[in-house]
Design a protein around this ligand. Structure first.
Ligand SMILES: NC(=O)c1ccc[n+]([C@@H]2O[C@H](COP(=O)([O-])OP(=O)(O)OC[C@H]3O[C@@H](n4cnc5c(N)ncnc54)[C@H](OP(=O)(O)O)[C@@H]3O)[C@@H](O)[C@H]2O)c1
Length: 397
């Protein structure tokens, strides 16, 4: 490790082929590669060539594709390397249950919940990028981590910033959590302008380079909605203690306000490798080759209130938090279906929030989640209802 400190960690990367996954591998390379990190398993979905190459580059023991149709090509790509291949949901669980002390949870969407939960239950320390674990399963997920005995280190830049700004022995004095949001590419657009945008336009984030789902979610502010619920469970705060502020430069990654009026923030250039590096080496800090902030060149930092009329996702997150129980799972599942319908051209950009709200209203009376089965049942029902709503709308059009 370039800082001179010694670090030896055995790690599994769930979602290694994605935006967070590839950045994680870059950070590992910067920190010394195999001399600091032993890789137990890597996983992907459809990008088999990259997955096999990554497994060979880092000397992983196991590579898993979530899609069983790709098992043969993954096995063929790894032939003669000694690296095991596996596929499907059971393969993901196998990867999560390998005896790695640390797991980077970077699968996109609810597909990441079951394997991350499996890792949490066996006591792994979790570097958590997959926000859907907390949005859907909430305190059940946090309790599973606690019961397993592992740590939960946020990777989302906002939550990493809050985690870094929290003084451990002063948690009772936290008054508010302030999540910053870039506002995305449509920050100043009217609803009329947003109505006709395509996925290609919506995915062009002004500051961050990220995967498709989170980029579209940044444009609709659904990503911020998910982050509000994530923050509630991660930091144990009440819904009314969570504020969102639009900060177009994405330099202040988020803040914690204390009862004495102090506000602590974490700042940096918009580069996920800082939050990833922090999570992978926690509680150490180490040297990373990322751009440094040049305060003399930063002419200004702007902040503005979010507009919940143009971006109703924020309002939906508050509703989900106030209702509690499985409502996070319902909102998240409906939004995932709506997201896929948007990127495949079945619905317009603004309809994503409409679909999520329709499904949430139709399931507003659901009982609190007592078990993970309740969460998975609500998730499944919300997906079916979202699909049905989209089909009905298509037929009516
Ligand atoms: N990107 C960011 O900067 C960022 C920042 C903060 C938080 N996050 C969160 O981190 C998570 C990952 O985001 P990302 O942007 O890295 O996503 P991404 O680029 O789309 O990558 C997702 C990863 O999940 C895999 N995957 C896709 N569908 C899957 C399925 N059904 N089952 C199992 N694996 C599947 C992908 O495999 P293939 O590549 O083979 O398809 C890939 O390895 C999300 O929850 C996101 O909200 C991301």
């Amino acid at each position: 490790m370039t800082s001179g400190a010694t670090l030896k960690r055995r790690l599994t990367i769930l979602g290694s082929t994605g935006s967070i996954g590839t950045n994680t591998l870059d950070v590992i390379r910067q920190l010394g590669g195999r001399s600091c990190f032993e890789i137990a398993a890597v996983t992907g979905n459809g990008n088999i060539e990259l997955l096999a190459q990554q497994a060979m580059d880092v000397g992983a023991e196991l590579a898993v594709t979530a899609d069983e149709r790709h098992y043969d090509s993954l096995k063929a790509a790894l032939a003669g390397t000694g690296i095991e291949a596996a596929a499907g949901k059971s393969g993901l669980i196998e990867a999560a249950e390998r005896d790695a002390g640390w797991v980077m949870a970077a699968i996109v969407g609810t597909a990441g919940l079951a394997p991350t939960l499996a890792a949490a239950r066996r006591g792994a320390d979790i570097a958590l990028a997959n926000k859907e674990c907390l949005v859907s399963a909430g305190d059940l997920f946090v309790n599973a981590v606690t019961a397993g005995g592992g740590k939960l280190i946020p990777v989302d830049s906002e939550h990493s910033a809050i985690f870094q700004s929290l003084e451990d022995d002063q948690r009772h004095a936290v008054e508010r959590i302030v999540l910053t949001a870039s506002g995305g590419p449509f920050r100043t657009w009217s609803r009329e302008q947003m109505a006709g945008v395509t996925a290609d336009i919506a995915r062009a984030h002004p500051n961050w380079s990220m995967g498709l789902k989170i980029s579209i979610g940044s444009a609709s502010m659904f990503n911020k909605a998910l982050e509000m619920i994530e923050a509630r469970h991660l930091f144990g705060v009440q819904p009314d203690q969570i504020e969102v502020i639009v900060h177009p430069q994405s330099i202040v990654h988020s803040m914690v306000g204390y009862t004495d009026g102090s506000v602590l923030a974490q700042l940096g250039c918009p580069d996920m490798r800082t939050a990833i590096g922090y999570a992978l080496t926690y509680p150490l800090r180490t040297k990373l080759d990322v751009e440094r902030l040049d305060f003399a060149k930063l002419s200004r930092l702007d902040f503005e209130a979010p507009d919940e009329v143009r971006f109703p996702a924020l309002r939906l997150a508050r509703t989900a938090m106030q209702r509690g129980g499985v409502q996070g799972a319902v909102m998240n599942a409906a939004e995932e279906i709506a997201f896929h319908a948007f990127v495949t051209g079945r619905i317009g950009f603004l309809e994503m929030a409409d679909i999520a709200e329709t499904v949430m209203e139709s399931m507003a009376d659901r009982a609190p989640a007592l078990t993970m089965e309740d969460v998975f049942a609500a998730d499944g029902e919300a997906r079916a209802r979202a699909e049905e709503t989209i089909s009905v709308n298509e037929k009516a059009a």
